[in-house]
Design a protein around this ligand. Sequence first.
Ligand SMILES: C[S@@+](CC[C@H](N)C(=O)[O-])C[C@H]1O[C@@H](n2cnc3c(N)ncnc32)[C@H](O)[C@@H]1O
Length: 418
Amino acid sequence: MAMPPPAIPPIGLGGGRGRSMRRAAGDAGVQRTNDDAQATKMSCASLGYFSDGVLPLLARCPPSRKPPLINRGTWARHAAMRQVTTDFVAACLQHAQQQQQQQQQAANAEGGNSSPAEASAGAQQESSSIDSSSSSSVSQSVCQVVSLGAGSDSSWFSLQQQGWGLLPAVHYIELDYQEMVAKKARSLLASEQLLALLPDGTTATTELAGPRYSLVGADLRHLEQLEAALHRAGFDARLPTLYLAECVLIYLEPGEAARLLAAAAARAAGGGGCAAVAIYEQTRPDDAFGATMIANLEARGCPLRSVGSVPRPASQEARLAAAGWAAAAAADMAAVYHGRSSGSGSGSSSGAAGGCGGWLRPFWCGERGRIERLELLDELEEWRLMQEHYCLALGVTGQGCSWLAEGLQLDQLRALGS
Ligand SMILES: C[S@@+](CC[C@H](N)C(=O)[O-])C[C@H]1O[C@@H](n2cnc3c(N)ncnc32)[C@H](O)[C@@H]1O
């Protein structure tokens, strides 16, 4: 039987000046987690796990080589979040194009302008163009990605540098503490290479706002700040929106994380649009490995404040449902990477949902084969144990948004988690 999760001592509780000083100290600790995240990503990029030429221009830490166990876990995190992002954009484009075709067909039927055969040929041409990663037909935003606690993350710049053809379909909005945003804005403005990647029409001060990339500051614990920041970025509640929460909600108090998720679901309902959320964070705090993981982070001044409220992938699903997300799915990263295990520590898979037994699509499965040859990993049991302590949770909400749940493979992820 599972042990109850350990109580996580609240930090920063109390009153008056002492409270705000402890809060500020906690903020510095959580902001430093960004340096750790970027250091592990830089280690991966320098060893060829994935390519990211802009990360060294944005990250605030010197390059260092991490152990193979960490590199492989960081690659799995990168693959999962990148797959969600690219699948989301592709699904949005396809949906927008289908809607356009339906409207066109309805107009044609009314005006009698073209034959059904002509209309259908046009539709096929349109849908095949979105499969191309170098599609040149994309010219305006059909969806938004909101990266919560983005830190120095380089995803948008990296995709832009690599010339990912669907990127112009997205308005990508990054959010973090005001001071983190100001530092990132300074790095961006100081680099000719990064400046050249920014699209025309982007304005820059201590924040950036533009039609395709925005960087705005807010404390995610204060929803009114968050709403104001989204407004400054030009957020459009009518557009399908993906919220990325990569190692961020876990640093909020349970009630703060729940309110943030509920506000995102309500925003979609208010605007009549579809929304998705992807959460990657630690899980299973209540076994020996989990307790050590928590103690280590707490000792470094960045406690995992909400991990006790979502101690299992299933509790991530329950949290999303309680926050008003219509569909939710979650699985630990061992299942995402390998599929459902027939025995703990075996490294084997039972051939669950997607390619290579897990949830990753064929492209990432191919990459998985490649990166596993980059560095020898002997500690397979430790690898599996570590991945069982991270999870991926997805949620989708909005009227008529089943196309989005399909595009993100929610059912497949749920099957791996159950
Ligand atoms: C572990 S880092 C992750 C950065 C990025 N998402 C990634 O995975 O590379 C956590 C980030 O969340 C941000 N963060 C944590 N709590 C926040 C809050 N209350 N408001 C705004 N940002 C916050 C931190 O400043 C930090 O940049």
